[in-house]
Design a protein around this ligand. Structure first.
Ligand code: ATP
Ligand code: MG
Length: 406
């Protein structure tokens, strides 16, 4: 995926002599020490990361870890003390104020926790506001505003005033306003945090749905693990102004880089985030790839099953797709009856589960299954099998690991 934003050695020090604090940081002094010595606050220190085109990149961390500072550095609502922010080859950190204002209007949009709607303007006028500032004529901007209000489900509220809307609806207007300018980078700072849990989940769903249609590049600040995991393609975890780990939710869950990151998962039910693909294994269940000689395949499969003391095998084609499941019995019968293809030997009622099935749902499926459950990806390609034993083992492993981290 092409890189949309590249951040290099980015620092922010709040205070009167940032250069001095930067020297101290480079000399290895801590944020606390610098505060005690100079009264200056280190907001972000040596941030390096890239945001890929079309991804939702989440900044996650405890309060005061520097998330808002970092996201505001990206559009220079906070002035960098040092470093580069490359957007499409241009360095935002080095840009003139004039160029910056033009860029903000046409390419960057921000959604705030507080909604920040103008109370004296209608929903439509609020939504069109960015376009108005950018000098777009009235007809064009109102047409565009209606289009995005439609996308967030607020078309019929266009003439209402913000005060007449619920919090969730107001934030839909905030989102619509950001979308209206068709920004190539969207910045969202705790955009859903002020909403009640139900509305919050609903807005996450809306964002994901819009993302499937529009694939925007979004940087999203959240202190909520559930939210970060639900919407983030990748997550950067911040601590004390520093980025301590960047990865997909999966990577971070599997390999937390240090105790701080692990602490995020304390009390979090890791099992909740595991999917069928995380449990499926390829080394436990026999897979047959049909050759030109089906009878030889049957004979070989029978021998292998007997040797491994197994009863079932999956048949997977050259295209990696799952064709079906056979058992020792059906293979033997096929040999006896002179079958010349595996096709007639498939067991009935074997339904593959999708790779993205939750562990919870998987447990429900597997208790009714005497045989391994095949797991396939979105293209129906076989990626492994799950048995009851495997599932239990995985759960025991997770519990042991969690206990070890206490
Ligand atoms: N304008 C400012 N002047 C001085 N210090 C600031 C300013 N803004 C933020 N800070 C300090 O910078 C550090 C990072 O703050 P920031 O607001 O970026 O954290 P955050 O991760 O967004 O926290 P929260 O989850 O509470 O929103 C904190 O120590 C904070 O006190
Ligand atoms: Mg913040």
């Amino acid at each position: 995926m092409p890189e949309k934003v590249i951040v290099k050695n980015l620092y922010k020090v709040y205070g009167s002599h940032p250069a001095r604090a930067l020297d101290m940081l480079r000399a290895g002094q801590s944020k606390d020490h610098i505060l005690a010595q100079t009264g200056m606050v280190v907001g972000v220190t040596d941030a390096n990361f890239t945001v890929n085109e079309g991804e939702i990149f989440v900044l996650m961390g405890l309060s005061g870890s520097g998330k808002s500072t970092l996201i505001r550095l990206l559009n220079r609502l906070v002035e960098p003390s040092h470093g580069q922010i490359l957007l499409g080859g241009q360095d935002i950190a080095a840009m003139s104020k004039k160029a910056l204002i033009a860029l903000r209007r046409k390419d960057l949009a921000m959604v705030f926790q507080s909604f920040a709607l103008m109370p004296h303007l209608s929903v439509l006028q609020n939504t069109a506001f960015g376009l108005e500032v950018a000098g777009v004529d009235r007809k064009t901007r109102e047409r565009r505003a209606m289009e995005v209000l439609d996308q967030v489900g607020l078309r019929s509220f266009a003439q209402q005033m913000p005060a007449a809307l619920s919090g969730g609806m107001q934030q839909r207007v905030g989102l619509a306003r950001a979308l209206a300018v068709d920004p190539s980078l969207m910045l969202m700072d705790e955009a859903f945090s002020a909403l009640d849990p139900l509305k919050r989940t609903e807005m996450q769903g809306l964002l994901l749905q819009l993302q499937r249609e529009q694939q925007r590049t979004i940087v999203f600040v959240s202190h909520d693990l559930d939210e970060a995991f639900r919407i983030g393609d990748r997550i950067a975890i911040m601590e004390g102004g520093r980025i301590v780990q960047v990865g997909t939710p999966d990577e971070i869950l599997r390999n937390p880089s240090d105790a701080y990151v692990r602490a995020f998962f304390k009390g979090v039910d890791v099992k909740k985030y595991l999917l069928a693909k995380d449990v499926a294994r390829t080394d436990d269940t026999l897979v047959i790839s049909p050759s030109a000689d089906a009878r030889a395949d049957m004979a070989q499969a029978v021998a292998q099953l007997r040797q491994a003391r197994r009863n079932y095998a999956f048949v997977v084609g050259q295209d990696a797709r799952l064709h079906g499941a056979v058992s020792l019995d059906t293979l033997l019968r096929g040999l006896e009856n002179g079958a010349t293809s595996l096709d007639g030997l498939y067991l009935d009622g074997v339904e593959a589960v999708p790779a993205s099935l939750s562990l919870h749902a998987l447990v429900g499926r597997i208790v009714q299954q005497p045989m391994p459950l095949p797991v396939v990806d979105a293209q129906q390609r076989y990626i492994g099998a799950v048995t009851q034993t495997m599932l239990l083992q995985k759960m025991v492993d997770i519990d042991a690991e969690e206990a070890g981290h206490e």
